[in-house]
Every structure is written in structure tokens, then in C-alpha cells.
Write a protein that binds this ligand. Structure first.
Ligand code: WT7
Length: 638
């Protein structure tokens, strides 16, 4: 275990004896990028030329006059002067070619329903929705909140929003009413997309009810568009609600695409940090499309014919970039599965791969570990020969899970792309390419054009094998542009910790071969099943219960989920602790944040370790819990 607050104190961890997994001749011969080291060198010499060349592969309404404008750094601008549209590149341009008859979206859900859309069909429906949105009065820059499950309509709503130049804010459908309300309010969204209901583990979830509850506090929303997805009997309020199918019914299937400035925002996506208020991460049209397009094509070696399955939810950045925008820009088939991996049996993943002949599977360590628990007999029953490449993302993958994935899913012939990136980076930043020799558990090297480093508190590079803060030294096109409505927070969070460097918030080390090994977060941000959860958000959910005086939460290691939560609670005077109360408090967190915040344990305590200024030192709780050294406790109040 490392001391994350003082990564310079790490004991040396050297990657002396690990095995190297080399790509087969076949992988190398078909790779889009064959000369890995050569491309890295070339891009490092002139990253801007590298990105300009990548940008040329997309369509622009008007060319840029500058690749980058650094005059207001850290508010970097890319492709200034250019006009473009992300949705145009994902859809409209394909309709001019024979790609139009190809399947764009294949969809299946837990209950066995399935649907598909060709590029042309998707284009027509996006246009209908774009027209309906315009008729509703939505314009460039207006915010559109989307609270939908993993349905084709979530992609359609996102694309239509981007097409008219509005800014979407997708809120993961597992979030509770309060979390949804907070995000809608921050973005001042004018319209909300939701569904009547969805299914999770065979259980109906009534999304519209949750949305209605959230909307009690959100006065900016004037219209709610409801996708019919279940048999739920719900009542629509004609003043504000409308069925999605009625909303688009009479609309024409052609719609003009808004010509956007390369730097106009395309979407905002909220993510947790160290304070209780989530940050609205802003991504723009031009740079985002360039970064996502180049990475998906190179990392997953796309030829244009693939069936690509990313198991994330569209409500997270992985879904935005690599379920929707990336695959569609690349003109391939993206598979969307709405459901859990083990229903009706723990073979669902393997069954889907065989059924649709999936070529690339992009998933998360937590899912791999869950599948490992069920055993190798499940994947062994299915034909997985269509698989060519595998991917993982979201949290460090333990070498055992990596090797299991490699052997039992990839049958020792599919390279695993362990892609390190963040909501803020928009695209993969540290990742192998298919031709890169791999080490189980390492994210390999920075993508071409990216210059990363591992540094101490003062920003000095640390030697190989020493832990430190992971930073990025140069800007990249799909980087976060600002925090919505809070540019000061953007500067403070990402650019103040280490001068002149983008601060990732992660601890990592580099081995002697220059391979990166990610060790986790430097802050107290939790990673539960790969989802980022802010401890302060969980604590404030506890404290919103009338019997709670104070709360502190920490992450405990979990074999499947990566981390789960332990909470330390001080009750109000005269409240007595009980098992029932623990249940009540767990329910409270679920109600406030949603089921992702998995509370494993609650301990009632009389006192919490605090600094003299009253800040709770979660690090001390964690060290005590796990039997680790507490590190520097000089700030601790006695
Ligand atoms: C954090 C970002 C963008 C992907 C989904 C998560 C961790 C992400 C890896 C990886 C080790 C990883 C980092 C990062 N992380 N990918 N391949 N290996 N750690 O997005 O919620 O914005 O979280 O996820 O800690 O900072 P996110």
C-alpha cells in the first residue's frame, strides 16, 4: 500500500520480472499504426502537427487559422476560427456515402428486446428530434438535460442536441432525484428527456417519478419529453410532459446542422471532486471530436467494419466518447446493452459477443472480476472467435484479472488496451496501441502527442520506480475547457497543484521501460465499480438525515467493486445507535445519491480525527482501518 499523500516517500516498486505480452504477427500486419516507437517520437517532436493531421480526417465547414491559442492559458483554445459540428461528423457526413445503409446502433436489453438503426434511419430520427427541439424554441447554447437509460433514444437525444448547437447534460439514470435536481439546477436546463421506466435486475425503475420529484425544485425546465420504454402506467401532465413519439411525430426527416465555432460547448458532464458540489466538465465541438476520433481509430484499430461493444453506460464519459460519438464518427456499429451481465445467467456477456459477433469488447475491471467469480466455464461455452481486441478502463486492473481476461476471453490472441483517461480528458491519454508490447496491469505509455510525467510536490520528475503525482505537460484537443459556471474552480482544481501542469489527481509510477502504473487517486475521491464518487457528497447525504450530526466516509478495498464505503457517523445527542438506524441511513444515502454509492459498513463513533481548522482527516481514518501508517498527522487537533 502506498502513502498517497506523500508519494515521494514510496518504497521502490520495480517491475523487474513481469512478463511481456507481444502482439501476434497478424495483429501487427493489420494495425493502423505499425511503427509504434516511430510514431511516438514523431508526435513528440511536434504534437501540434500531429493533431492538425488528425483533424484533417474529419469534415469542417470552415478551416482553422490556428491549431492552438494559448494566450489565455490554462483556458486553451483549439482549432480557432474553424466552424464544425460534432454531430455532423458522427452522422450527416456518413449519409453521403454507402455507410448510410450500415447498422449504426444495435441495441438489446436485459429482458431480451432488441432494436437496430442504420446510419440513415438514425440520421432521420435525429433530424426529427432536432426539428422538434427547434420548434420548442431551443437554440444554440441552451442546456438540455437527459436522464435516460441505455436506449437508442439517449444517443438520439444527445446527437439532436449537438446538431442544433444546444449543450447536453446527461445524468446517469442510476442517480437519485436529488442528484438529478442538483445537476439540472446548476446547468439551468430548459428541457428534460426521461423515460417512463426501465428494468434493472428484472425490477422496474420508475424514472419519470424520480424526474417529477427532481423537477419540483427545477423551475427552468419547461418541457419533459418521455420515452415509452416500459408498461408502466404513468400520467402525463399535458402542461409540461409529452411522449417522445408524439414530440417528433410530424417533424420532417431533414434538418439543418448548426455551424458551430470549434470552441463552442457541445456538452457538460458532471463529475465528483473533493467538495460536495459536482463539477460540470465542459467539452467543445472541435477539439473533442478530433481527440475521440483519433484515439478510437488508433487504440481500437478500426477499419470501418467493426462491431464495437463498450459496456459502459452513456451517462458516463466512457459512454459519451466510446459508445456514441467515437464509434459513430468512425462509421462502425456500436452495440448498446441495457442490463446487468449476469441475467438470466452469468453468460450474458459471452452470449451477446457470440450472437452479434462482437469484434472489440471495451469494459471495466469490476465487470471482469465479477465474471471471474462465476468461473471460466461460462465464457468457454461460447464462440468468442470474432473478438480481435479487448479494452479496459475506469480503475487499475489487478494483474490476475488482466491475465484472466487475456486467457479466457481473448484466448491469448487479443491484446488488451488498458486505457487511462478521465471525464476531464475526453479521450484516452495513456494507453497501449495494438502493436505495443503489454505488461499485465500497466497502462503502457502516453498516446502519441501526449507528454505525461510523474512528479513530486514541487513538480520535479521522480526516477523510475518511485511513486508521484501523475501530470500532463502539454494541452490536448479534447481537454476540459472549464468548469461550467465556475472558471476559478477549473483553474484551482487542475492547474494550481503543480505549476504549469495539468493535475490528474492520480498517483502513478513509471518503470524502467517508461511504462506507467496507475496506483489510484491522490485525493479522497472513491472509485466504486469504476464510478467516481465524492466522499463529501456521501457525507452530506448522511448529514441530511435528522439524526446525524457528523459523518466521514472512506473507501475500503473490495475484491469485485474495487472500493466500497465505510462510514463513521456521529449521532446527534440523545439518539441511540441501532441496527435499524444503520438501515435507515443506508436508505438515506441511496435516496440522495443513488445505488452506486454502496455503503458496506457504518460505525457509530463519538469523535472524528480533525485538523485544528475542523477539517475531517479521512486519511487518518483510512490508515487506522487498514492498519497502515497514518503519515503526517501534525495538523491533527488533539
Ligand atoms: C479516474 C477518472 C474515463 C474513464 C472512466 C472513468 C481512474 C481511469 C483507468 C485505468 C487505472 C484508471 C483514474 C482516473 N482510471 N482509467 N485504465 N487504470 N485507473 O472516468 O470517472 O472521470 O474517473 O479513473 O483514477 O483519474 P472518471
Amino acid at each position: 500500500m502506498t502513502n498517497k499523500k506523500n508519494p515521494g516517500d514510496l518504497t521502490e516498486v520495480l517491475s523487474a520480472a513481469e512478463k511481456i505480452y507481444r502482439p501476434s504477427k497478424k495483429i501487427i500486419s493489420q494495425a493502423n499504426v505499425k511503427d509504434y516507437e516511430g510514431v511516438l517520437k514523431q508526435a513528440a517532436k511536434d504534437p501540434l502537427a500531429f493533431w492538425a493531421e488528425a483533424a484533417e480526417e474529419l469534415e469542417w465547414f470552415k478551416p482553422w487559422h490556428k491549431i492552438i491559442d494559448i494566450s489565455h492559458k490554462p483556458f486553451y483554445k483549439w482549432f480557432t476560427g474553424a466552424k464544425c459540428n460534432l454531430a455532423y461528423n458522427a452522422l450527416d457526413r456518413h449519409v453521403k456515402s454507402k455507410i448510410k445503409n450500415k447498422i449504426a446502433i444495435l441495441w438489446e436489453d436485459e429482458t431480451g428486446r432488441s432494436r437496430s438503426y442504420t446510419y440513415l434511419e438514425l440520421y432521420h430520427e435525429v433530424n426529427q428530434l432536432a426539428n422538434a427541439l427547434r420548434r420548442q424554441g431551443l437554440k444554440k447554447g441552451d442546456r438540455i438535460a437527459i436522464y435516460l437509460p441505455n436506449l437508442p433514444e439517449i444517443a438520439i437525444a444527445m446527437l439532436a442536441s449537438v446538431k442544433i448547437g444546444a449543450v447536453h447534460s446527461v445524468v446517469y439514470a442510476g442517480y437519485s432525484a436529488m442528484a438529478l435536481a442538483e445537476r439540472i439546477k446548476d446547468a439551468k436546463a430548459k428541457i428534460l428527456f426521461t423515460a417512463d421506466g426501465s428494468f434493472r435486475r428484472g425490477k422496474a425503475v420508475y424514472l419519470k417519478e424520480i424526474a417529477d420529484q427532481a423537477l419540483k425544485e427545477c423551475k427552468t425546465v419547461k418541457r419533459v419529453v418521455v420515452v415509452k420504454n416500459s408498461q408502466a402506467k404513468i400520467k402525463l401532465n399535458p402542461q409540461i410532459d409529452i411522449w417522445y413519439h408524439d414530440f417528433i411525430k410530424h417533424e420532417p426527416t431533414e434538418a439543418a446542422c448548426a455551424e458551430m465555432d470549434a470552441e463552442d460547448p457541445a456538452f457538460v458532464l458532471y463529475t465528483s471532486g473533493t467538495t460536495a458540489k459536482p463539477k460540470g466538465i465542459v467539452h467543445v465541438h472541435g477539439g473533442y471530436m478530433v481527440g475521440v476520433f483519433r484515439t478510437i481509430k488508433w487504440v481500437f484499430d478500426l477499419k470501418g467494419e467493426e462491431i464495437f461493444w463498450c459496456t459502459a453506460d452513456p451517462g458516463w464519459i466512457t459512454g459519451h466518447s466510446y459508445i456514441i460519438y467515437g464509434p459513430l464518427m468512425a462509421g462502425i456499429t456500436t452495440l448498446m446493452y441495457e442490463g446487468v451481465p449476469d441475467l438470466p445467467q452469468p453468460d450474458r456477456i459471452w452470449r451477446i459477443i457470440e450472437k452479434y459477433k462482437v469484434n472489440i469488447l471495451y469494459t471495466a475491471p469490476t465487470l471482469i472480476r465479477a465474471m471471474m467469480k462465476y468461473g471460466t466455464s461460462w465464457p468457454a461455452k461460447y464462440k468468442l472467435a470474432s473478438l480481435r481486441l479487448l479494452g479496459t478502463v475506469g480503475e487499475p486492473i489487478n494483474p490476475e484479472a488482466w491475465k484472466w481476461y487475456y486467457k479466457y476471453v481473448g484466448k491469448n490472441r487479443c491484446p488488451i488496451m488498458d486505457t487511462w483517461w478521465q471525464t476531464e480528458t475526453g479521450m484516452h491519454l495513456i494507453t497501449p496501441l495494438p502493436v505495443t508490447p503489454l505488461k499485465a496491469g500497466s497502462v503502457a505509455k502516453p498516446f502519441p502527442g501526449i507528454i505525461a510525467d510523474v512528479v513530486d510536490k514541487k513538480g520535479r520528475s521522480v526516477p523510475a520506480g518511485k511513486g508521484g503525482f501523475l501530470v500532463i505537460k502539454n494541452p490536448w484537443p479534447s481537454m476540459v475547457r472549464t468548469v461550467f459556471n465556475d472558471p476559478a474552480r477549473y483553474v484551482k482544481t487542475y492547474w494550481r497543484e503543480i505549476k504549469g501542469r495539468y493535475f490528474t489527481g492520480d498517483v502513478a509510477y513509471r518503470d524502467r521501460d517508461g511504462y506507467y502504473w496507475i496506483q489510484g487517486r491522490t485525493d479522497d475521491v472513491l472509485k466504486i465499480a469504476g464510478h467516481r464518487i465524492g466522499p463529501a457528497e456521501v457525507e452530506s447525504a448522511f448529514v441530511s438525515h435528522h439524526k446525524v450530526a457528523e459523518a466521514a466516509v472512506i473507501g475500503l478495498p473490495d475484491a469485485v467493486k474495487g472500493e466500497v464505503i465505510k462510514a463513521f457517523i456521529i449521532l446527534k445527542q440523545s439518539v441511540s445507535p441501532s441496527e435499524d438506524l444503520k438501515g435507515e441511513l443506508k436508505a438515506q444515502v441511496r435516496k440522495t445519491l443513488g445505488p452506486m454509492a454502496v455503503i458496506k459498513e457504518i460505525a457509530f463513533v463519538d469523535k472524528l480525527p480533525k485538523t485544528r481548522s475542523g477539517k475531517i482527516m479521512r486519511r487518518v481514518l483510512k490508515a487506522e482501518e487498514l492498519g497502515l501508517p497514518t503519515g503526517d498527522t501534525s495538523a491533527l487537533a488533539s
